[in-house]
Ligand binder design. Structure first.
Ligand SMILES: Cc1cc2nc3c(=O)[nH]c(=O)nc-3n(C[C@H](O)[C@H](O)[C@H](O)COP(=O)(O)O)c2cc1C
Length: 287
């Protein structure tokens, strides 16, 4: 049977995501993932910090800065991509589910340019950073519907595999082995194995163009409105609002091929209302 051409991911060779000459050997040398590790709550890095206290150590005085013009001569955009993605960490990972406009192919792919964007109405942003529109963006623009599921420790390998650049009509769902859970209000299913999923409608689209050639669209950020939340009943409080991070086991994306989970947490109350704080003698001195 003739093979369909598969588009090579752009700049992949130059980006050199995987820094290891022999990843298999590096992976074999590492200890097994500890599934029994519980999130540990510690004190904050400096429990004695007080207003005006600044940084909690002198480490910053030991470093010099490298200053970079993102458009400096000879600097290709993928170098900015590498710096953005390795320095903007941790990033949560959306498992985005869409359906092709003809309704025949259910698409699943991971995206770490994913963040809360608004509260009322509840919105998320996702940015697509490839020059050619990927299937997720194409489907979303046509159907205006998407589900997002949180990537957790138990689905991270499947989520990573769903990033495979399979041809448009080949669904990543069976390749990932994840289960499609029918949604209430939109056609795309969400990930049954994920503790937190949202059903969304497209709200708005912002294209970004190359500085070198403004005729080329290089990224697209979409804002999607959440119209349904799904969360494990033992991972949300009686207020139907507070998710319990100890139950979610979220995984984050760092640079290159690096992922992480969060074994250490601490709690830091927000400052009191300024009207009250300003009566404090220490605060009076600072202002
Ligand atoms: C963990 C992870 C996070 C990713 N994040 C993004 C992202 O934020 N934006 C993007 O355009 N591509 C991202 N990708 C790459 C897409 O998942 C990849 O291009 C995928 O093939 C798109 O699939 P689709 O064509 O089915 O939409 C990411 C890949 C991985 C493994």
């Amino acid at each position: 049977m003739p093979q369909e051409p598969v588009e090579a991911p752009s700049n992949e060779a130059a980006i050199k995501r995987n820094p290891h000459a022999d990843f298999g050997a590096v992976e074999r040398s590492r200890p097994l993932f500890d599934h029994d590790t519980q999130l540990t709550f510690t004190k904050t890095p400096n429990p004695n910090w007080q207003a005006g206290g600044g940084a909690s150590n002198e480490e910053w005085k030991k470093h010099q800065f490298v200053t970079i013009d993102p458009y400096e001569e000879g600097r290709e955009p993928w170098l900015n991509y590498k710096l953005l993605t390795s320095a903007t960490v941790p990033r949560p990972i959306a498992l985005a589910s869409t359906v092709s406009p003809d309704g025949k192919t259910a698409n699943l792919a991971p995206f770490s340019f994913w963040q809360c964007a608004a509260v009322d109405p509840p919105m998320y942003s996702i940015s697509f950073t490839s020059r050619t529109a990927n299937d997720t963006l194409t489907n979303l623009l046509a159907t205006k519907e998407m589900c997002i599921s949180m990537t957790t420790e138990s689905v991270v390998e499947a989520a990573n595999f769903a990033s495979v650049n399979s041809p448009r009509h080949i669904s990543e769902w069976p390749l990932s082995g994840l289960t499609q859970k029918p949604s209430d209000l939109v056609k795309p299913a969400h990930v049954a194995e994920s503790p937190y999923s949202v059903e969304c409608k497209l709200h708005s689209v912002q294209d970004f163009h190359s500085k070198a050639d403004p005729s080329v669209r290089t990224s697209t950020m979409v804002i999607v409105e959440v119209i349904r939340f799904h969360i494990w009943n033992d991972a949300i409080g009686p207020d139907r609002a507070t998710a319990d991070v100890t139950k979610l086991h979220p995984v984050f994306r760092a640079g290159g091929i690096m992922y992480g989970s969060c074994p250490t947490m601490f709690e830091l109350p927000r400052p009191e209302a300024f009207g009250q704080l300003r009566e404090d003698e220490k605060i009076k001195d600072l202002i």
